[in-house]
Design a protein around this ligand. Structure first.
Ligand SMILES: [Zn+2]
Length: 328
């Protein structure tokens, strides 16, 4: 799913953003447990957000924000956190840090992750916006109503709940800063055909076909949506040791690219990020230089390459406009 304010931004966003939506019906974890009677967010929630300090072990990686947030730009409303909601998210992040600390380190490598309480989207649990998406150029996660539904809590696998799964899934998106890993040739060669075959098997009946996919070495049916969702789902499964039938090469790749520590940030990513920002500001020559530097470091950086091409179009349009001022 793409969220952007206009056509151009939408196109750019679609290219650059690891945007994740975990749908209730397509969740790998929904349906295996009876739903409890409650259908809304916990009624025990109280409005005392300041009463929940973020533990030091997490505060370097995440920060709660009551807005204005990405919801304002995307048409989704953001509201203040309740203490209960914060606590639920912190519990999930604590587990995520224990299971895969490298994910948090990577996801927050270029800025602390902004945590927002978004409303609406009844089928959506959470979504992640890589820093390219954010006007503040920082990673963000939106938590929707469904994340806090009592029925969404239940543990349907030996060591992981729906909420924790969704949290780790979003962190995996953010950990692929700049979308380079999911867009890499290696990831496509490791999983492209596999998820295509599994998707054919699942026939879009995502909520009944997880087992079919697992038999093919794909952790969930949701992973068959595309290479980006596959990366997040494989990473989450591997973080919780649900590795049955997963190709050992896939496991090694995910651990190396998303989990391994220490992590040295990739210098081409902030260069590309800066280039997109410069382009948005109309500083086209400076943007070109930044894109070129990013591509010099990593000639296979697909989004930087795409941005560089987009930039040339912008420059051409500007030059035409300057040559024919009456057209302005
Ligand atoms: Zn996702």
């Amino acid at each position: 799913m793409r969220i952007a304010s206009d056509g151009q931004d939408r196109h750019q966003a679609g290219r650059l953003i690891a945007l994740c939506l975990v749908f209730m019906l397509s969740s790998p974890l929904v349906g295996a447990q009876p739903a409890p009677a409650g259908h809304g967010p916990d009624e025990s929630a109280t409005a005392a957000p300041e009463s929940v300090p973020v533990p030091e072990s997490l505060s370097r990686y995440v920060e709660f924000s009551d807005g204005p947030g990405p919801g304002g730009r995307t048409g989704r409303s953001v509201r203040p956190w309740t203490a209960d909601e914060k606590q639920k998210v912190l519990e999930c992040l604590t587990v995520a840090r224990q299971q895969a600390p490298g994910l948090l380190v990577r996801a927050a490598a270029y800025g602390r992750i902004g945590l927002y309480r978004a409303q609406g989207c009844e089928h959506v649990t959470a979504s992640a916006c890589a820093m390219f998406k954010s006007s503040r150029q920082k990673p963000e996660i939106l938590f929707f109503d469904r994340f806090f539904f009592p029925s969404y809590y239940y543990q349907v696998r030996p060591n992981v709940t729906n909420r924790v799964w969704a949290t780790v899934h979003e962190l995996a998106h953010l950990a692929d800063v700049g979308g380079k890993i999911a867009a890499s040739r290696r990831w496509a060669s490791l999983t492209g055909k596999l998820i295509e075959q599994a998707h054919f098997l699942s026939c879009e009946q995502l909520w009944v076909s997880d087992q079919l996919c697992r038999d093919k070495g794909v952790p969930t049916a949701y992973a068959t949506r595309n290479l980006t969702e596959a990366l997040a789902e494989f990473a989450t499964a591997i973080a919780f040791h649900h590795e049955a039938k997963i190709n050992p090469q896939v496991i090694s790749f995910v651990k190396e690219k998303l989990f391994a520590l220490p992590y040295d940030p990739d210098p081409s990513i902030p260069l590309a990020m800066g280039a997109f920002k410069l382009m948005k500001q109309g500083k086209l020559e400076a943007a070109r230089e930044a894109f070129d530097q990013a591509l010099k470091i990593d000639p296979d950086y697909a989004d930087a390459y795409w941005g560089r091409q987009l930039l040339e179009i912008r420059i051409s349009e500007r030059n035409k406009a300057n040559a024919n001022p009456q057209l302005n």
